[in-house]
Ligand binder design. Structure first.
Ligand code: WT7
Length: 646
């Protein structure tokens, strides 16, 4: 059979071919103008067509800013939509799990097997007193039990709060305390680059002094678990009844909380609801990736992040497709691992982050030579701006010039993708995300909120009414933070904190405009990192800024002022890095630490991070007049230069 080519070049542009148009759910850009005429009804129709409701809503959209509700009065259960309604597909595979150790066999779960486990685990949670509206903390690696746990929560109407397994005990603890969870589901560990990575010890430390009464532990690396609080996942599952009645929820009831970094020192609990989130997860998966129910989708994100929630788990399952997850590192045991997985399991849709693409690009094409990967149809990227080289490499080397690259812009807060082109519509332009998903609208504004329509002029990206169904439903128990973060800068517009401009009518994202950085696609705030450093007993204060990195996109660099004007040492650098590992996790570890005697500050005491950035980038720092201590700039320059000359 001829290998299908889904992309062709026409008029100097990449556009969908006839092969793509033939299979595309959406192949005409009329969908945008149709949706625009009546976006509320457009989403109402999608909600009706895509999901199974117990009761239809009486109001499709209600807006009382800064809050808005979709499908008010509508009732449904999320788990029924992701699992139960696909049971008629017989023994169709819902999940393929690839463990990291190569001698360990992958596991496939059919929808029927998943249904059985989810029902049982829901009964386990119920037996521990978990009920509708309770928060359940989840601290699991990428293993099938993560999916079972999250769906079991959804079945009960409990709110899951997943914490990234590479985060520290302390990071887990703050999130447990915020949600007041009584149950934590975790594992004894997981495999990472051939080593056993321990999780249980961290979980045990984290639950001390919290509301957690029981901890359910998955046995992944064979560690012995003991203690009254701790239960073995398989043991309790085996004993549980095999049917649990799904709790019928209101569309606007919360489905999960996921913490993300903002400009302050504490992460925010982003709340996502049930109906609106499900509708966006369903339709964006279907249209962006042209996902059909016989497709295998592999989204490489961990479930500790929103991408893992929406596109490794929920989107593909709501569509009745097969999702693949891989436990381990992309380079284990070598750089061929990912491509072998794509070939072996005939992956059709592959969704990853620019940081991984850049890593593979750097190690060279030799690792890819023998893989045809002709099952691939659509490639996706997410998490940070992708540069032209990485885009072209992804398109040519992974996609063999056959598959569209869909550059999806979105955020933890938006629940699902919002700006990208559709595979059957195009065009596919390197570095350009594209246009707002049908039925949603983003504009670019100046600092006063005035719309900028001119091409090539950078402004702030905002979303306007009606707000997308998957958007956050506030910050968990923190109304003022919700208002301050998203609704203060521009009247009646959701502030994305991203910069953007138009290029031939399409949107190009330039990156964050606040003190948030993206390290290997992971979101980190400078304030959170500074807080962590400042908590060390020898640190008086610190300023953290990102610098560009060839693979990770950005990495944090810290300027540290020590107590009692002490001098720093290599030993202290190592200690501070370790301190950050413990406070947040290794993802946040500063790449470089400079000891300085003071930080550039304004009269009001604000740290001028921009000046630190200029120094690192070897640019002339502007605005020194606003500083109370301009003389410090020369000292910091010397410290940086000295380091570079070493
Ligand atoms: C921030 C949100 C959304 C899932 C993963 C990240 C940046 C995201 C793109 C893209 C340029 C992007 C933005 C955004 N971002 N996708 N395709 N092009 N930038 O979620 O951790 O909440 O981060 O990621 O800066 O605000 P997140």
């Amino acid at each position: 059979m001829r290998t299908k080519k889904y992309v062709i070049k026409e008029g100097g542009k990449y556009v969908p071919s006839k092969d793509m148009k033939d299979i595309a759910w959406v192949s005409d850009d009329k969908i945008y103008s149709d949706a625009k005429k009546d976006p509320i009804n457009f989403w109402g129709n999608l909600a009706r067509e895509g999901l199974t409701w117990e009761k239809e809503w009486n109001q499709t959209y209600e807006e009382k800013l800064p809050y808005f509700n979709w499908f008010k009065g509508g009732k449904l259960n999320f788990c029924v939509n992701a699992v139960d309604r696909h049971l008629d597909k017989g023994n169709k595979t819902a999940l393929i799990w690839v463990p990291e150790p190569i001698n360990e066999k992958p596991i496939k779960l059919t929808y029927a097997e998943l249904y059985d486990k989810v029902n049982k685990f829901a009964n386990v949670l119920k037996g521990l007193g978990v009920k509708k509206g309770d928060v359940v903390s989840v601290y699991l690696p990428l293993i099938p039990e993560a999916l079972v746990t999250m769906l079991a929560c959804a079945r009960l109407g409990a709110i899951h709060s997943v914490v990234f397994s590479a985060f520290s005990a302390e990071a887990l603890k703050t999130r447990i305390l915020d949600g007041k969870a009584k149950v934590l589901v975790t594992a004894d560990g997981y495999y990472r680059r051939g080593e056993k990575s321990e999780l249980f010890g961290k979980a045990k430390n984290a639950v001390k002094g919290t509301t957690i009464e029981k901890v359910i532990v998955v046995n992944r690396i064979g560690k012995r678990i003991f203690g009254r609080k701790f239960l073995d996942f398989d043991e309790v599952l085996e004993k549980a009844d095999s049917y649990c009645k799904p709790e019928i929820m209101n569309s606007e009831d919360p489905l999960f909380i996921l913490y993300t970094s903002g400009t302050t020192g504490r992460p925010k609990g982003i709340v996502h609801d049930t109906g609106g989130y499900a509708v966006q997860a369903y339709w964006t998966s279907k249209w962006n990736f042209n996902l059909h129910d016989d497709d295998v989708m592999w989204c490489t994100a961990d479930i500790g992040w929103i991408t893992g929630h929406s596109y490794a788990f929920y989107g593909p399952l709501l569509n009745g497709a097969t999702t693949l997850i891989y436990e381990g590192a992309p380079d284990f045991p070598n750089f061929q691992r990912w491509w072998r997985i794509i070939e072996e399991f005939k992956v059709n849709v592959f969704y990853t982050a620019p940081t991984a693409i850049r890593m593979f690009m750097r190690v060279g094409d030799k690792h890819l030579k023998k893989f045809k990967m002709d099952s691939l149809k659509v490639l996706g990227t997410v998490g940070e701006p992708i540069d032209k080289d990485a885009w072209m490499w992804y398109f040519n080397t992974i996609g063999k010039g056959r598959c569209p690259v869909i550059d999806t812009w979105w955020q933890t807060e938006t629940g699902g993708t919002l700006i990208n082109v559709l595979p059957g519509v195009g065009p596919f332009v390197p570095t350009i995300s594209g246009r707002s998903f049908p039925g949603t609208k983003h504009i670019i504004v100046d600092p006063k909120g005035q719309e900028i329509q001119k091409q090539g002029v950078v402004g702030e990206l905002v979303q306007v009414s009606p707000f997308a169904p998957g958007m956050l439903h506030g910050v968990y128990k923190n109304h003022s933070k919700y208002v301050k973060t998203y609704w203060k800068s521009f009247k009646n517009k959701y502030d994305t904190s991203d910069g953007a401009y138009y290029d031939n009518g399409l949107i190009r994202i330039t990156g964050r405009t606040d003190d948030v950085m993206k390290v290997a696609g992971h979101r980190l705030s400078t304030a959170e990192l500074e807080n962590a450093l400042n908590n060390h007993k020898l640190v008086n204060e610190s300023g953290v800024v990102p610098i560009p990195d060839k693979i990770k996109g950005e990495v944090p660099v810290a300027f540290v002022v020590l107590e009692n004007s002490k001098d720093g040492s290599e030993k202290l650098i190592a200690e501070l890095k370790k301190h950050v590992d413990l406070a947040i996790g290794p993802t946040a570890r500063p790449e470089l630490i400079y000891f300085v005697s003071d930080l550039p500050k304004t009269r009001s005491g604000k740290i001028m991070r921009r000046i630190l950035k200029d120094i690192l980038n070897n640019e002339k720092p502007e605005g020194l007049m606003t500083l109370v201590n301009p003389e410090i700039v020369e000292e910091i320059k010397m410290v940086v230069a000295n380091h570079l000359s070493k």
